[in-house]
Structure formats: C-alpha cells, structure tokens
Design a protein around this ligand. Sequence first.
Ligand code: A3P
Length: 289
Amino acid sequence: MDTDYFQHKEICFASLIYSKERLQYLENEFEVRDDDVFLVSYPKSGTTWMIEILSLIRRSGDFTWCREVPNFMRIPWLDVSGIGEKLVDGCESPRFLASHLPIQCFPKSFFSSKAKIIYIARNPKDVLVSLYHFAHMSYVVKKPNGFDEFMEDFLQGRVPFGSWFEHLKGWMQMKDNKNFLFVTYEDLIQDHRGTIKKICTFLEKELEEQVIDLIVEHSTFSSMKNNSMSNNSLVPDYIIDPKNNHFMRKGIVGDWKNHFTQKQIDYMAVIYKEKMKDLDVKFSWDECV
Ligand code: A3P
C-alpha cells in the first residue's frame, strides 16, 4: 500500500487517517473544556509511554483499565479522522486527549481556556531513528529510501507533522505558561519515578508513594511491551503492519549511535545549531547533537 501525504498550512499529514476537514474543524470549531488535559508531542518522542503513565495517574494506579482497554481508547487521538473523532466525542470529562499537532494547527479555543498541556520531547537523533524504523512497519509514513535520504527529509520537515525543529520551537512559546508542562523522554529514562511525581503535581493529583510505585511498575518498557492493550499491537492493520509490528522497539536513549555515520553526525550538528539558534532554551541533548 502506498502512503500519501497532503499539505495543510505547509505541513505534511498522512491522508490515510488525517483530513483537511478535521484539521480545519479542530483549529476553528473544536471546543476545549477547562478541565481537558492534552498530551502533545512530535511523533516518536515517547507519546505511547506517556499515554500509559497518564492512564495510570488518571485511575490512581488501578492498572485494570490498562489491561482491559486499548491505549487509543483510554486517551483518544484528537487529530485522527473517523474512529478518532468518535472516540474524542465519546470521551467523558475530564478528557485526556493526545495530539501531534503543531501549535499553529491546535484548537484556538485552547488559548483562552484553563486546559493543560503536557508536551513530551526527545533528542531529535533518537526521534529520527525511531521514525525511520516506524516507517518500515506503518502506512502513515512513506517507506524510506535509505537512512541518508530519510534523514534529509526529516531535517527539511518533509515527514508527517513537519519539522521537528518548528514543532518544538512553536510549542516552547508556551514554556512559561502555568498550564504547560515540558518533559522529555530522557527525563523519564533518567528519573522515571521523579518525572511521574512531577506530572502528578502539575495535574494536582495527590497520590500515595505506593501508588506511584504501581505506576512506575506498570509503565516500564517490559511491562508495556507484554501488554497488548499498550504495545499498539491492536492498532488496525491498515495503519501498522501486524506482521512487522515492533512498535515497542528498543526504548533507550542514544540508539542513534548505532545508526549515524560520522558524516551524518557532523551534518546534523550544523543543521541543529542553525535551526535552534533563535531558541533561548537548553536541552539535555544539546551537547550530543
Ligand atoms: P524506539 O523506537 O526508540 O524504541 P511514540 O509513542 O511517541 O511513537 O514513541 C515511540 C518510542 O517510545 C519508541 O522508541 C518506543 O520503544 C518508546 N517507548 C514506548 N514505551 C516506552 C517505555 N515504557 N519505556 C521506554 N521507551 C518507550
């Protein structure tokens, strides 16, 4: 099956599960509620991991929900047309919704609401590697014609949801807003428990230490990999090829070292420096990009 993209506001979207109509509706008409919580990310930044953590926080550590209901039904995807729309419409308040939208496409009603956003980001080199592998197993990213060419597409934003740099820079405009929490994949790897506690504080959810222990235990890589409700194996096979589904692939920091040549490392460093020069924020990965 061929993967098609369409352009909306000069950004690529996969025609298979996104539509211009839905994107226009979301931006201009979708009504954000004050108690909504949005999980926003660029693809491959740890969204599925965060969906698991938020599901467990929402149910105060009761993991039966995560064992019985697929993740895309627990925290529906705002942006997806068709099934996504129905799941969002049927979601009870307080709604927890996931989105990959760049800030310029996000519902306008959010910006005058009290709703919260958790934005998760990851070292762009690991995002690129993860996306490269995902492209081989899914029908929403065009099949790569080698890593070098895919890297160029990624750096130029010719992949779904556009440029990683623009996505991050756009959302970082919100960084000082009290309803915006910025976390990274690397934070979660380095301090899983501490990051969960930080998220609980942001959501004003007081949970006992034993409950936090349960949330940590049920959101580890191995626990999620072994749970069909959380490892994306139930995503319809027209989106992810079930024969080739290694969505829970490695789950580590620094896999880029196994993929990049020295030439690619040097090239990415130049592009990163140039694209990030106008952003006055430090990231844990700055030194190794
Ligand atoms: P890798 O391909 O590097 O393994 P997203 O959900 O945004 O698409 O991100 C997918 C990436 O998050 C994949 O990275 C996946 O393995 C990783 N991931 C998912 N759950 C994780 C967990 N519990 N711990 C560590 N990494 C996880």
